[in-house]
Design a protein around this ligand. Sequence first.
Ligand code: NI
Ligand code: MN
Length: 222
Amino acid sequence: MVDLKYIGHSAFEFKNGDKAVLVDPLVSINPKYNWHEQPITDILLTHAHGDHLGEAIEIAKEKDIEITAVAELAGYCAEQGAKTKSVGLGAWIKYSWGRAIFLPAFHSSALPDGRYGGSAASILFDIDDVRIFHAGDTCLTGEMKTIRELYAPQIALLPVGGNYTMDVEHAAMAARWLGVRSVIPMHYGTFPEIQADLERFAKLISFGNTSCQILNPEEIKS
Ligand code: NI
Ligand code: MN
């Protein structure tokens, strides 16, 4: 069984028994989330932008765990003193809590010092036979139809804030193309330019077979 916790922005914790993985850990956005007390065994990053890198390096160092990211970003994290697992897009990677595969996202990726951060990614998780698609930052792409055919995700975590990513209209289309039964909107409201009309999103989603679950930070879904 997987417990899915929305921390805020694009940060999530997936817990499977006594193991937990953090994705895009901008944990500073949610003072109620105490990462020190969580049994985090891995950190996975979709791309290098600061709102996704978050506190990854600090957490990895304190817990002595690996950050998994595409090679350029993993290299940067290693330079900062963190343990890393350097990967590319397209191959399953096995973990103690399940497996994950990095997939294409249409977005840029720069390191904090301005160097190229490698390909931006979406990440598909397979934890106890629950398949969760974390889109990272991306526009709507036809890849999502392929992802449905290849991986059949049940839950999608989709950016809805627009400006840098999909907006609510395109995210609703993405949910349909992915064929998911649940969708959790993310990457909205954090900055003035990424406001989203979640009521409209819920209406758009309800035309399909998906149920729109809108989680607030710290809520847990099993
Ligand atoms: Ni970004
Ligand atoms: Mn972002």
